[in-house]
Design a protein around this ligand. Structure first.
Ligand code: SAM
Length: 270
């Protein structure tokens, strides 16, 4: 990768400007992208899927690492010539022009794979939900979000940011913020600061049926988060459901931990 021109020069040479509609905010500093990849790894030869490689700052760092096959999924075809320049011809890099929300990951990689991405902000949360609750689950995910979304993913009971996203994410994976980045780290800078979240799915994560129930329970509970659960969960069984799950019916959603929500979800289907 060291004989490639600096990213800013590559972008200029290809006449590429960021498109707002595609959530394009680029990381052009390889010191930053290398740090993200160090926090994501080690990959130990496993495949890495990168969503939205854009000009390829993060891609360069992934290609330099101990990743096995590297699969890039980019929606904006303008970047394909630039990404092709990163192909060393050893068959390790695969570039796919597609919408990441629509790709079937199991068709892209054979074994366990990491997802590493500076996500487009407008599709970051739906993509995370897809990887947490869909049929294909990554080995680990290292993902850039707006700081506020990152805080909602890792929030604990009692935090203002604690809600559906925290419960679903932490029911499936261990999630922690591993890096903060100011808006100025990106070109062009977004309006808000960002943070990188590292998620490692639990070995004993809930099955898809249980996750569906968890989504139903958390939607009802946090839909009326100031109400007592006996009232917000009325349609699902109210006080009786809470008692079956060993939860105080007078408690509010924001005080219930992940294990409590999992018990409510289990009781919901019984
Ligand atoms: N990874 C690059 C970096 O760090 O400099 C670019 C990150 S930029 C925030 C987001 C990238 O995702 C852009 O390249 C954009 O074209 C791409 N993108 C946006 N929506 C997408 C989608 N639905 N599927 C795949 N890529 C998408």
């Amino acid at each position: 990768m060291s004989d490639l021109p600096p990213l800013r020069e590559s972008l200029e040479a290809h006449g590429l400007l960021a498109k707002k509609s595609f959530g394009q905010h680029f990381l052009l500093d390889l010191n930053i992208t290398r740090k993200i990849v160090r926090l994501a790894g080690p990959f130990e030869g496993r495949a890495v899927i990168e969503v939205g490689p854009g000009p390829g700052g993060l891609t360069r760092a992934i290609v330099e690492s101990d990743a096995g096959p590297v699969v890039l999924v980019e929606k904006d075809p303008r970047f394909l010539p630039l990404l092709n320049e990163l192909d060393t011809g050893d068959g390790r890099l695969r570039i796919i022009e597609a919408d990441a929300l629509k790709v079937v990951e199991a068709d892209l990689v054979a074994g366990p794979a990491h997802v590493v991405s500076n996500l487009p902000y407008n599709v970051g949360t739906p993509l995370l939900i897809k990887w947490l609750t869909g049929p294909w689950i990554p080995h680990a995910m290292t993902l850039m979000f707006q700081k506020e979304v990152a805080e909602r993913i890792v929030a604990a009971p009692g935090d203002d940011a604690y809600g559906r996203l925290a419960v679903i994410a932490q029911a499936v994976a261990e999630a922690r913020i591993v890096m903060h980045l100011p808006a100025a780290a990106f070109t062009p800078p977004p309006k808000v600061a960002s943070a990188v979240v590292h998620l490692v799915p639990h070995a004993d994560r809930p099955d898809r049926e249980m996750l569906k129930r968890l989504e139903t329970v958390t939607a009802a509970a946090f839909g009326q988060r100031r109400k007592m659960l006996r009232s917000s969960l009325k349609q699902l069984g109210g006080g009786a459901l809470c008692e079956a799950a060993g939860i105080d019916p007078d408690a509010r959603a924001e005080t219930i931990d992940i294990a409590g929500f999992l018990r409510l979800a289990a009781a919901c289907g019984s």
